[in-house]
Design a protein around this ligand. Sequence first.
Ligand SMILES: NC(=O)C1=CN([C@@H]2O[C@H](COP(=O)(O)OP(=O)(O)OC[C@H]3O[C@@H](n4cnc5c(N)ncnc54)[C@H](O)[C@@H]3O)[C@@H](O)[C@H]2O)C=CC1
Ligand SMILES: O=C([O-])CC(=O)C(=O)O
Length: 329
Amino acid sequence: MKPPVRVAVTGAAGQIGYSLLFRIASGAMLGEDQPVILQLLEITPALKALNGVVMELKDCAFPLLAGVVTSDDPKVAFKDADYALLVGALPRKAGMERSDLLNANGGIFKPQGEALSEVASRNVKVLVVGNPANTNALIALSNAPKLKPSQFHAMVRLDHNRAISQLAEKTGKPVTAIQKMTIWGNHSTTQFPDLYHATVDGKNAYELVNDHAWYETTFIPTVAKRGAAIIEARGLSSAASAANAAIAHMRSWALGTAEGDWTSMAFPSDGSYGVPEGLVYGFPVTVKNGQVEIVKGLEINAFSRAKMDATAKELEEERQAVKDLGLVK
Ligand SMILES: NC(=O)C1=CN([C@@H]2O[C@H](COP(=O)(O)OP(=O)(O)OC[C@H]3O[C@@H](n4cnc5c(N)ncnc54)[C@H](O)[C@@H]3O)[C@@H](O)[C@H]2O)C=CC1
Ligand SMILES: O=C([O-])CC(=O)C(=O)O
């Protein structure tokens, strides 16, 4: 057996937490040979509910669960953490955009960035799920001077999986036939799900579908507005699919992407593809031995360029808004 690793999860008594913790403890995230110690953060009034979740975790008798810590103090929950999933934040309600949550949620990520910087493992991998995820990740990394900005990711994997599922339905193929999907930019309605480089059974997806109107007016908005459609239908924002995407993101980061395929992750831009440096932006990536590399050399046509610039512009506006709030210098 490998020695256990420490996995911190914030908002652990929330909706996503309830779908997430049991799968982490079962080995779905880091592999079935990797014991984990869960370090769970909640606000003080939610500690009682969190205790109930911990009772249920224990009742599963997971062989890989090597310990559970609960706290309302980020310095306790993040101590020596190898992985941190920052989920704890308000979800939006019907009629809101995710960026409307910046005022309420932005303030959570400054002290959490500071605490990670002080007490987490120097190699910690941080995934921000709480919305607006990209800009919350920017806040966290901007307040973590002792960690590298590249250690902070935001989640666009749910959008990535939604795009795969929609394309599979359209083409009548199984999801396993689809590779090289990309979500560029923000986890918001300006995101750009890119079919120009995706493949279905090895064939170019855009050419196979051969219907630009469907791509532009059905596929892109369906993927980009799926979160709102779920809130409308369920009365609550997506939780099980969000937890599943967080598991998949971390698994790819820890264990690598499949040969010949890539995935989508958002992290601080290095200027690739003309994306302004420092914006936490979704890119196509491969991962090998924990090293995340942006897929290089993809041809970007005028349609894609306009979409990629629009989502970057929105992220620049969000960056300015959190500068104005004093959360980022
Ligand atoms: N990036 C993505 O693709 C997705 C992101 N989300 C976002 O994830 C977040 C969580 O969603 P749900 O679990 O449905 O919400 P929820 O309201 O069910 O749970 C959030 C939990 O966070 C806790 N919390 C609040 N402030 C905290 C703090 N400072 N430290 C620790 N815990 C804190 C709350 O007490 C609550 O238990 C929301 O912001 C939601 O919009 C949801 C779906 C997908
Ligand atoms: O839409 C929301 O507010 C929750 C979320 O991020 C998603 O489901 O993609």
